[in-house]
Design a protein around this ligand. Sequence first.
Ligand SMILES: Cc1cc2nc3c(=O)[nH]c(=O)nc-3n(C[C@H](O)[C@H](O)[C@H](O)COP(=O)(O)OP(=O)(O)OC[C@H]3O[C@@H](n4cnc5c(N)ncnc54)[C@H](O)[C@@H]3O)c2cc1C
Length: 351
Amino acid sequence: MTHNILIIGAGIIGSALAYRLGQAGCKVTLLDPSTNGGTASAASFGWVNASYENPKPYYHLRRHAMDAWTRLLPDLPDLPYSQNGTLYADFYGVPLDTLFDEHTPWGYPFEWVSPDQIATLEPNLKDVPDRALFCGIEAQVLPNAAARVFANSAQNTTHIPASATKLLTKGGAIIGAQTPDGPIFADTTILAAGTHTTTLAATIDITVPLNSPAGLLIHTKPAPQLISHTILTDGLHMQQRPDGTITAGGDFGGGSINDDPETGSRELFSRLQNALKTDALEFSHYTLGLRPTPADGMPIVGNPTNGLYISVMHSGATLAPGIAELVTAELTAGHRDALLNTFHPNRFDAD
Ligand SMILES: Cc1cc2nc3c(=O)[nH]c(=O)nc-3n(C[C@H](O)[C@H](O)[C@H](O)COP(=O)(O)OP(=O)(O)OC[C@H]3O[C@@H](n4cnc5c(N)ncnc54)[C@H](O)[C@@H]3O)c2cc1C
């Protein structure tokens, strides 16, 4: 029997799910009033990595997801994804030795690079440290553009441009969602609405504890090729996108730079100008997005009650394709991969 699935939210998480579930033969309805490819996804730095905030199970999930990106490329060559690696000159107060010592025993391919190698990797970096870390398997993605590629390529998928106003229940099970145009029924309803997941889950008295710290990024006007990798330096992370614009941020989890975006963006632009050997940079604009971050920082992925599945997380730019593979296996073959063990929503039940 065909599995009817309603996905609420067409950001990078919901769209990647639609792509994999549709491919697996499910009949998918993708519900979102916007066709922009997400909200947080459109304001994201899009750095694909497995080095950020990493208890071991989370590391393994992120590594699986990094590999899942490369598994997608043969079928979706238009994905705005580039595996160009990261240069770590600094990592927001985490000593590089700690980063190296924690991750290399797990097989993460960090390598130390010398000042000469740093200058070869990034000739326009003004301050060349005594040493840095390089990780060649990390990548950059444009998350909302990738979401649109997933959604537009999803088989067996109907897009409905509307908002879910509440979840619908019958006999203790979730049977779909209400929209202003009427109900949509499904065997499984997936909540992938980013920061709005909490509000929708609350309509059936399920608590999804999210913090949503703001994240400020600045964007320059297109510049000549200045940066080849993602670069992390003191108080700044930056990358140059395919259109030549440079995107830079000053924290990875909320911080004072976000409190006053006008001042914060000027401060970030000045840090960027100080970091690079060029006078060709022109400020374009800033973006301020909310990161859908679960209360304990870890993804929330699983079915809290019959007929409902929740998929909400920070680092969705990294995780989306891996999550889509694992959730598809769980919903179509009944196999919940051990990689997801730590991330079930029921871990909050006792709170
Ligand atoms: C500044 C910033 C920097 C980041 N940097 C990185 C990074 O470098 N690497 C990384 O891996 N991650 C990063 N992230 C996190 C990552 O971008 C997010 O985890 C990811 O985009 C979340 O995707 P999503 O699909 O869950 O949510 P969203 O992109 O927010 O999409 C949710 C969708 O749900 C829809 N929706 C909401 N309510 C309803 C409703 N009632 N009915 C129907 N649809 C609804 C919205 O319209 C939206 O399209 C960053 C985030 C931010 C903000």
